[in-house]
Design a protein around this ligand. Structure first.
Ligand SMILES: [Fe+2]
Length: 156
């Protein structure tokens, strides 16, 4: 991710993401709907989103949705079908969290594809915990090789 297009600024390469903020929510009430909105007056505000905190019972089932290798629609033809199925499952079940276990966007340093990927996934990731893992397309190689998507120089 530090090689190739990630080192060039432009619409088909790296785009500064601007500010990235992290907020830790402490002492949430169980089984409670929380509404939230992100943004600021200078760059506008998002829609108002909501999520439901888990119940306090440790006997409640945990429902996870897990997938990998999604990509961005329409470049990866299966991406739209995957996110549609994830959203349908999410809306019909009490989903605790979504696990995206690697090869998340295939953006390979192209900022506009990352933006498209995040917009594509927003209907689900704005409503539930979302955790990503590192696949070979996110791994930051220090040497290259034929199958190194980061295009790091050298053999390896
Ligand atoms: Fe993959």
């Amino acid at each position: 991710m530090c090689g190739g297009k990630a080192n060039i600024t432009g619409t088909q390469a790296f785009i500064s993401p601007g500010y990235m903020n992290t907020i830790l929510l402490n002492n949430l009430y169980p089984s409670t709907i929380y509404f939230y909105q992100v943004g600021n007056n200078e760059h506008n505000w998002s829609s108002i989103y909501k999520f439901i905190n888990r119940s306090s019972s440790t006997d409640d089932e945990v429902n996870l949705i897990a997938y990998a290798d999604m990509g961005v629609s329409p470049i990866q033809s299966g991406a739209k079908a995957t996110i549609d199925r994830v959203l349908a499952r999410f809306l019909s079940n009490n989903v605790t969290a979504i696990l995206h276990i690697g090869d998340v966007s295939y953006a390979r340093g192209i900022g506009t594809l990352w933006d498209a990927f995040m917009s594509q996934n927003e209907p689900t990731t704005s409503r539930a915990s979302y955790m990503v893992g590192i696949g070979n397309h996110e791994y930051d190689h220090v040497t290259g090789g034929n199958k190194d998507p980061s295009q790091a120089p050298g053999d390896g």
